[in-house]
Write a protein that binds this ligand. Sequence first.
Ligand SMILES: Nc1nc2c(ncn2[C@@H]2O[C@H](COP(=O)(O)OP(=O)(O)O)[C@@H](O)[C@H]2O)c(=O)[nH]1
Ligand SMILES: [Mg+2]
Length: 223
Amino acid sequence: MDKKEVLVREEILGSNRKIAAETRVRLEKEGILTVNFLSSPGAGKTSLLERIAEALKMNHRMAVIEGDIETDLDAERIRKKGVPAWQITTGGACHLEARMVARLIPEIPPETKFLFIENVGNLVCPASYDLGESLRCVLLSLPEGDDKPKKYPKAFATADCLIFTKADLLPVVPFDLKRAEKEALEINPKLRVFLTSALRGAGIAELVRFFIERRVNMIQRHA
Ligand SMILES: Nc1nc2c(ncn2[C@@H]2O[C@H](COP(=O)(O)OP(=O)(O)O)[C@@H](O)[C@H]2O)c(=O)[nH]1
Ligand SMILES: [Mg+2]
């Protein structure tokens, strides 16, 4: 990158940060906990959101913003759970940006307590873009391999929680859970770690409890 390219990139990131900061204050003051999901394609983000929708639906309203390069298939999957969902198609861009999320805020139904954002699937560019979330979760599915925290450190360094997904595959894939957790915590000791299986439902209740707790803390902070 030459000097001009570096300056343009810094300007884009600076403007993104500003919009994200405004979004965070606005959503948090409305009592909405926003969670940004980062992962490789196919790690199980949409499947986990479907499970979270089932678990939260009874008592807590949620909404979902889906980010993909093409198609609104994921938003459709979420709507089938009775949850409002908007699809952002980036047309090639590898990440969502704060302004894309900010534009949707007026559409969020009143009384929404949780806004989940499924970012475009990859562990690289989404890590550099704050979307105004209160919480960032990186998902790592067992078939991807236990070396990923070390290979994609920024995604783990910028996250608040690490969600291992597809735990049901532990008996059949060579994934050293202890190694992956240790290496992720070396990058970011503050990570809260969860082990889930959307297929079997394992670990979902614990994860949902964590989101509910974090929302209570957020409301107390703003009181
Ligand atoms: N074995 C297993 N497969 C899963 C699990 N969660 C998702 N999958 C499968 O992984 C694939 C990708 O899931 P999806 O939720 O679309 O991933 P996304 O691209 O991250 O949104 C699909 O074939 C899912 O059925 C799980 O907990 N266990
Ligand atoms: Mg998806």
